[in-house]
Design a protein around this ligand. Structure first.
Ligand code: NAP
Length: 473
C-alpha cells in the first residue's frame, strides 16, 4: 500500500474522491497517492482561514515562538525531509539537504520579523492647524494570504511565503505544485506540531488549472504570493482585480566574465551553478558572456570541469546532477538544444538525454533569437558567448524580457561599478554567479521576472497594511 497524503484544512487531514499519484522522479515508480481538491474544497479551505483570522489574533511574540519552533522541527526532521525532496523533485541528496537547512533559516528569519513589525510616528503637528493632533502608523495583517509555489525548491520557497505571512499575523491557504505534494504535507505537519492555531494554515492539493482558478476567484483572499512561470503569474494577476499580488517569476540569467577576472573562480562558479538542481533554478546561469581574450580558455576549462561531474542517482552522495522533474521537460529542453544546433550552434559538451536526465550541456555559437538564449531553458544547459567591450556585454545581458539576477566576474572596480549601475536586474552579484541567494536578502526581479521582493524582512511589508491613526486631543 502506498502512503496517502490529504488536504490539510482547519487542522484536519481531509480525503477526497479524486486521487493522483506522486512519482519518484528518479525511478519513475509511484511514491504515494494524494487527494485532489476541487472548487468545493478550496471554498472550505478559504473559509477555514477566514474564520481563523476572525476568531483569534495571534500575538506577535507567540507568532515568533511558533515559527522558531517550526524552524527547530525542520532541523529535527532534516533527513526525512531531504529524502522526500530528493525522491519527489529528483534533487541530489546534497542539494536536498541544503534546501532543508535553508528552509529552517527562512522560518527563523520570519520568526524574528514577527517581533519587528512596527509603524512610525508621523509629525502631523508640522502641518498648519494641527497642534492638537498626534499621528502614527501601525502595520496590520491583511487577512487571508494565498501562497502558490513551484516544484523546484518546494520547501524553502513555501517557507518564504508561509513564514512571513504568519509572522505578519495573516492566515494562509497554500497550494504546492502538483508534482511535490508530500513536501507540502510535511511542512503543514511541522507548523501544526509547532503549535499554530487551527485554521491558520490550510493546504489544497491539485492541478493549477482547477485549484488555482478557484483560488483566484475567491474574494476573501486579500493577497497572493506566487512563485512560478511568467505565463501562469500573468494569468493569476489578470484575474484578481484590485487585490494585491507578489510575483516571483523566471529568468534567463546572464553572467559576464571579464578578461581581468579570476578565471578559475569564474569557470568553477558558472559551470557548477548552471547545473545545480539540474538547471531548474530561476536564477540558473544560462547566458555566459566571456571577453574574447579569455573565451577559448574559459570554454576549455568549463568543458573539462563538466566532464568530471557525475550524472546519476540523486540518492548517491557522489551524484552532482539528478533527473529533471519529468521526461517531458527533459525532452523539451533537448529539443531546444537540437533546434539551436540546427541553427548553427555547437555542442561543446553534453547534449544527450536518457529519460529525464539531460547531460550537462554547454553550447557555443548561439544567436540572441534562439530559444536556448532568449527564453528560460530551466535545464542543465548554458551558452557561452564572446564579447569585446564591457558595454557590448552589458547591452547583450540587458537584451532580455527578464531581469532577476545577473553575475559579473571582474577585478576592476570600474567595471564592477559600471555593471552595478547599468545591468537592469533585481540584483547584480559581483565575483559570483547569478545563482547566489542568501535567504535574508531582498530577492526579486524586474521586467517579466516579477513585481516584488522576497526575503522575510521585505515581503512582510507587502503582507501587511500600513494603517494611519490620527488622534485629536
Ligand atoms: P508553474 O507551472 O508556473 O507552476 C507554479 C505553481 O502555479 C504550481 O503550484 C502550479 O500548479 C500553479 N498553477 C498552475 N496553473 C495555475 C493557475 N491557473 N492559477 C494558479 N496557479 C496555477 O511553474 P513551475 O513549472 O512549477 O516552476 C518553474 C517556474 O518557476 C520557472 O519559470 C522558474 O523560473 C520559476 N521560479 C521562480 C522563482 C523566483 O523566486 N523568482 C523561484 C523558483 C522558480 P501545478 O503544479 O498543479 O500546475
Amino acid at each position: 500500500m502506498l502512503p496517502e497524503y490529504r488536504l490539510f484544512i482547519n487542522g484536519e487531514w481531509i480525503a477526497t474522491e479524486q486521487k493522483s499519484q506522486v512519482i519518484n522522479k528518479a525511478t519513475g515508480t509511484p511514491l504515494a497517492t494524494y487527494s485532489q481538491a476541487g472548487p468545493e474544497e478550496v471554498d472550505i479551505a478559504v473559509t477555514a482561514a477566514w474564520k481563523a483570522f476572525r476568531r483569534e489574533k495571534i500575538d506577535p511574540y507567540y507568532r515568533y515562538e511558533i515559527l522558531k519552533k517550526a524552524s527547530e522541527l525542520l532541523l529535527e526532521r532534516h533527513e526525512d525531509l531531504a529524502l522526500t525532496l530528493s525522491q519527489e523533485v529528483g534533487k541530489t541528496l546534497k542539494e536536498a539537504r541544503g534546501e532543508v537547512s535553508r528552509a529552517a533559516e527562512t522560518l527563523l528569519l520570519s520568526a524574528e520579523e514577527a517581533k519587528r513589525l512596527q509603524g512610525e510616528v508621523v509629525p502631523i503637528e508640522g502641518s498648519p492647524g494641527n497642534t492638537n493632533r498626534r499621528a502614527w502608523t501601525m502595520r496590520v495583517p491583511l487577512g487571508v494570504v494565498c501562497a502558490i509555489t513551484p516544484f523546484n525548491a518546494p520547501l524553502n520557497l513555501a517557507c518564504h511565503k508561509i513564514g512571513p505571512a504568519l509572522a505578519a499575523g495573516n492566515a494562509v491557504v497554500y497550494k504546492p505544485a502538483s508534482t511535490t505534494p508530500i513536501t507540502g504535507a510535511k511542512l503543514c505537519q511541522v507548523l501544526a506540531d509547532a503549535g499554530l492555531p487551527t485554521g491558520y494554515l490550510n493546504m489544497v492539493l491539485g492541478s493549477g488549472a482547477v485549484v488555482g482558478d478557484a483560488l483566484a476567484r475567491d474574494e476573501r483572499i486579500a493577497f497572493y504570493s506566487f512563485t512560478g512561470s511568467p505565463a501562469v503569474g500573468l494569468r493569476l494577476k489578470s484575474s484578481i482585480g484590485f487585490r494585491r499580488i507578489a510575483l516571483e517569476l523566471g529568468s534567463n540569467s546572464p553572467n559576464i566574465v571579464h578578461s581581468d577576472a579570476d578565471l578559475c573562480l569564474a569557470v568553477e562558479a558558472c559551470t557548477r551553478s548552471a547545473f545545480a538542481n539540474a538547471g531548474q533554478l530561476c536564477i540558473s546561469v544560462q547566458r555566459v558572456y566571456v571577453q574574447r581574450q579569455v573565451y577559448d580558455e574559459f570554454c576549455r576549462r568549463a568543458v573539462d570541469l563538466t566532464r568530471t561531474l557525475k550524472v546519476g542517482d540523486p540518492l548517491d552522495p557522489a551524484t552532482d546532477i539528478g533527473p529533471m522533474i519529468s521526461e517531458a521537460e527533459a525532452e523539451r529542453a533537448e529539443s531546444w538544444v537540437k533546434e539551436a544546433v540546427a541553427g548553427g550552434a555547437q555542442v561543446l559538451v553534453g547534449g544527450r538525454r536518457r529519460g529525464a536526465w539531460l547531460e550537462p550541456t554547454i553550447l557555443a555559437g548561439v544567436t540572441p533569437e534562439m530559444r536556448v538564449c532568449c527564453q528560460e531553458i530551466f535545464a542543465p544547459v548554458f551558452s557561452v558567448i564572446p564579447y569585446d567591450t564591457i558595454d557590448e556585454a552589458i547591452a547583450m545581458a540587458n537584451d532580455s524580457r527578464y531581469g532577476l539576477q545577473a553575475g559579473i566576474f571582474t577585478n576592476s572596480l570600474d567595471v564592477a561599478n559600471l555593471c552595478a549601475q547599468e545591468l537592469e536586474f533585481g540584483s547584480v552579484i559581483i565575483n559570483d554567479v547569478s545563482t547566489f541567494r542568501a535567504d535574508l536578502m531582498p530577492y526579486g526581479g524586474v521586467k517579466e521576472s516579477g513585481t516584488s521582493k522576497e526575503g522575510p524582512r521585505y515581503v512582510i511589508r507587502e503582507m501587511t497594511e500600513e494603517r494611519l491613526v490620527v488622534l485629536r486631543i
